[in-house]
Design a protein around this ligand. Structure first.
Ligand SMILES: Nc1ncnc2c1ncn2[C@@H]1O[C@H](COP(=O)(O)OP(=O)(O)OP(=O)(O)O)[C@@H](O)[C@H]1O
Length: 245
């Protein structure tokens, strides 16, 4: 579970997030939407304290992150994976090397690392790419490597900041399928910041809407499933065709 209590953040006089409280239950896929500058990225980064709130409390699982020292926070972050729009893979490391990184940082043995990297790559369907470099992968594959890396330390929370915004509709579905599989098989709580309504409609169970740093609404929704595919897009476009007389 993630609990934000009256968190707020101002950058150089610009209020990014007004005092805001939000509770996300364990195992939920929670979407955060809003137009550019609404404060979505700041809010999701507050959830793992990549952005420290000026005031308020951040609780993830049993840990109150805002009470922790830097050392304790680094440890607590092992429980919180994160992925980004631009994947942020290390380009001079192979796919396996990227997934191995968080394990190296916490001192996992070489043998255990190899085993865990294989498990994670298998989970995202990229075992055959373990020796490839990021430049040799498609956008969807890069994001799946980033997901495998985020899962390496077996987190209970996965934060996704615009995870599909650089991807085409087909690879978007590929990534969303992986995210849904993570929720269903691992029970991970997933937070997705996005401006893509199709993403919210297809997999989110709850949506929070932000505008100008404020939470303006938050409610449960019924995910429609991954219905959006290339053929459907083409069909929708055909329906919009203007018939010239
Ligand atoms: N590090 C920073 N320094 C200064 N201002 C910042 C910083 N990060 C965010 N802001 C400002 O805070 C406000 C909210 O930004 P944020 O990136 O959280 O919004 P967003 O909803 O994620 O927008 P986008 O979809 O464009 O990324 C904006 O006015 C932005 O310029």
């Amino acid at each position: 579970m993630i609990e934000l209590i009256q968190v707020e953040k101002t950058f150089d006089g610009v209020r990014a997030v007004y005092p805001l409280s939000l509770t996300i239950p364990k195992g939920q896929i929670h979407g955060i939407v809003g137009t550019s500058g609404a404060g979505k990225s700041t809010l999701i980064r507050i959830m793992n304290l990549l952005e420290k709130p000026d005031k308020g409390t951040v609780k993830v699982g049993e840990k109150i992150l805002t009470y922790l020292s830097e050392h304790e926070l680094r440890k607590a972050r092992q429980n919180i994976g994160m992925i980004f729009q631009q994947f942020q893979l290390v380009l001079n490391r192979t796919v396996a090397g990227n997934v191995e990184m968080p394990l190296e940082l916490v001192g996992v043995s070489k043998k255990e690392r190899k085993k865990r990297v294989e498990e994670c790559l298998q989970f995202v369907g990229l075992s055959d790419k373990k020796d490839a470099y990021p430049s040799q992968l498609s956008g969807g594959q890069k994001q799946r490597v980033a997901i495998a890396r985020a899962l390496a330390n077996k987190p209970s929370v996965l934060l996704c900041d615009e995870p599909t915004s650089s991807l085409d509709p087909k690879t978007t579905i590929e990534v969303l399928q992986v995210l849904r599989h993570i929720k269903e098989t691992l029970g991970v709580t997933i937070v997705i910041v996005t401006h893509e309504m199709d993403v919210v409609k297809s997999i989110c169970e709850h949506v929070t809407i932000m505008r100008e740093g404020k939470l303006i609404d938050s409610f449960q929704i019924e995910p429609q499933g991954l219905l959006v595919n290339e053929d459907q897009y083409i069909e929708d476009l055909r329906k919009m065709a203007v018939v010239k007389k």
